[in-house]
Design a protein around this ligand. Structure first.
Ligand SMILES: Nc1nc2c(ncn2[C@@H]2O[C@H](COP(=O)(O)OP(=O)(O)OP(=O)(O)O)[C@@H](O)[C@H]2O)c(=O)[nH]1
Ligand SMILES: [Mg+2]
Length: 149
């Protein structure tokens, strides 16, 4: 059964840090350079979202995942998710706003970007640094472990 989660989001949006937090690893910054498969996550370079010529890589990778987590940085005023991008995936797309601990965070604006991308509520508001909101995602991983491929 395929229960992996594909993490997509812009460069530096916090995909890898979130993955490390959820796997209870230490938070070590390392730029993601290529698609990285682990038993639970597929992590990818943010460039794959920022450059439309790579969209097909994300869509291909989604075939090897149970769901897609779309990560929007709460400190960024712009979003790389095109309108209704979620509809490009044949898998559920879950919205996640990261870095809500940051003094420049605007979680409501970030969640609005995700909704424009066609992502339904609930959007999860989290900080991998403070741990806020992480428990809800950890619960969701329990779902993903049992969910359909
Ligand atoms: N304040 C704050 N900073 C965070 C949080 N999550 C990640 N960061 C920081 O954001 C930067 C980028 O985080 P990454 O997790 O590497 O981002 P990414 O989405 O994997 O980026 P790419 O691999 O380049 O696509 C790092 O300096 C992290 O420490 C958070 O919840 N709060
Ligand atoms: Mg990364």
């Amino acid at each position: 059964m395929n229960s992996r989660i594909l993490l997509i989001g812009g460069v530096g949006s916090g995909k890898t840090t979130l993955r490390q937090r959820l796997l209870r690893e230490s938070l070590v910054y390392r730029k993601t350079q290529v698609l990285e498969f682990s038993h639970l996550f597929v992590d990818c370079p943010g460039e794959y979202l920022e450059m439309p010529r790579y969209y097909h890589v994300l869509i291909d990778a989604s075939h090897r995942a149970a769901e897609v987590w779309a990560v929007q940085d709460a400190t960024r005023r712009r979003s790389y998710f095109p309108p209704n991008f979620a509809k490009a995936f044949a898998k559920p797309v879950v919205g996640i706003v990261t870095k809500i601990d940051h003094e420049k965070a605007d979680p409501a604006a970030a969640a609005a970007h995700l909704r424009r991308a066609g992502i339904a509520d609930p959007v999860y508001l989290v900080s991998a640094l403070s741990g806020e909101g992480i428990a809800y995602l950890a619960d969701r991983l329990g779902y993903a472990d049992e969910g359909p491929a």
